[in-house]
Design a protein around this ligand. Structure first.
Ligand code: C5P
Length: 216
C-alpha cells in the first residue's frame, strides 16, 4: 500500500474539500466514496425501483460504471438521501468494496473520503482524519452548496436532512460512522476552509514522517 490518506466524517463536514486539497498537495488521485453510494441510489430511482428493495440496490451496485460518478445528478439533495438509504445494505457495501480497495492500492498514494475508509476499506492507511462539525454548521455548508448549484431548498430542510442522515448512518451496529481508533479528530465548526486544510495538512505531515521512519 502506498501513502493512503483516509478522510472520514459525517455529511458536509468539510471532508470532501479537505480531501481534494490534500490530493492536489501530494499529487495523489482522490476518491469521494460517497459518490459510489449516490450513483447507486440515483440508478435505483431512475430505474423506477424502490430504495427499500435490497435486491434492486445490489443490482445497481453490481453494474456500476465509474462514469456514473461524474454525472451532475449524483450531487443533488435527492441523491444524498438515496445514497444513505442504499448504504445500509451490507451486500451493496460489499459490491462497492473492490473498487475502493483498488483505488487504495494506487501508488504512490491516494486520498479517499467517506465514512468507513479508516475502519473498513483501508484500516492500515498511514494517515487517518475524522473531520466533523456541528449539524448546524454542516447544514449551512450543504445549503450554500446546493443553492449554489441552483437547487431551491430551505436551510431548515437541509438541517433536517443532515439529522436524519446522521441517524441513519450511525444506527447500525456496524455503523460506517465510527471513527477509527487511530484517526485524528478534526472539528471544523469554527474553522474557515483554509484553517481546516492547514490543520489537516499538519496532521498528515506528522503521519507521513512516522510512515517514512517506519519504512526506513
Ligand atoms: O459523503 P456523502 O454525503 O456524499 O455520502 C452520501 C451517503 O453515502 C452517506 O450519508 C452514507 O450513508 C453513504 N456513505 C457510506 N460510506 C461511505 C461514503 C458514503 O455509507 N464511505
Amino acid at each position: 500500500m502506498g501513502f493512503v490518506i483516509a478522510v472520514d466524517g459525517p455529511a458536509a463536514s468539510g471532508k470532501g474539500t479537505i480531501a481534494v486539497k490534500l490530493g492536489a498537495l501530494y499529487g495523489y488521485p482522490v476518491l469521494d466514496s460517497g459518490l459510489l453510494y449516490r450513483a447507486v441510489g440515483v440508478k435505483v430511482l431512475e430505474r423506477g425501483q424502490d430504495l427499500g428493495d435490497p435486491a434492486a440496490a445490489l443490482a445497481a451496485a453490481a453494474t456500476l460504471d465509474p462514469a456514473e460518478l461524474e454525472r451532475p445528478e449524483v450531487r443533488t439533495r435527492r441523491a444524498g438521501e438515496a445514497a444513505s438509504r442504499v448504504a445500509v445494505y451490507p451486500a451493496v457495501r460489499d459490491a462497492l468494496r473492490d473498487f475502493q480497495l483498488d483505488f487504495a492500492a494506487r501508488e504512490p498514494g491516494a486520498v479517499i473520503d467517506g465514512r468507513d475508509i479508516g475502519t473498513v476499506i483501508a484500516p492500515h492507511a498511514p494517515a487517518k482524519l475524522y473531520v466533523t462539525a456541528t449539524p448546524e454548521t454542516r447544514a449551512q455548508r450543504r445549503w450554500k452548496q446546493l443553492t449554489g448549484q441552483g437547487e431551491a431548498v430551505s436551510f431548515e430542510d437541509i438541517l433536517a436532512d443532515i439529522r436524519v442522515r446522521d441517524e441513519r448512518d450511525s444506527a447500525r451496529a456496524d455503523s460506517p460512522m465510527t471513527m477509527a481508533a487511530d484517526a485524528v479528530l478534526l472539528d471544523t465548526t469554527e474553522m474557515t476552509i483554509d484553517a481546516a486544510f492547514d490543520a489537516a495538512r499538519r496532521i498528515v505531515e506528522t503521519a507521513r514522517s512516522r510512515w517514512e521512519t517506519a519504512r526506513g
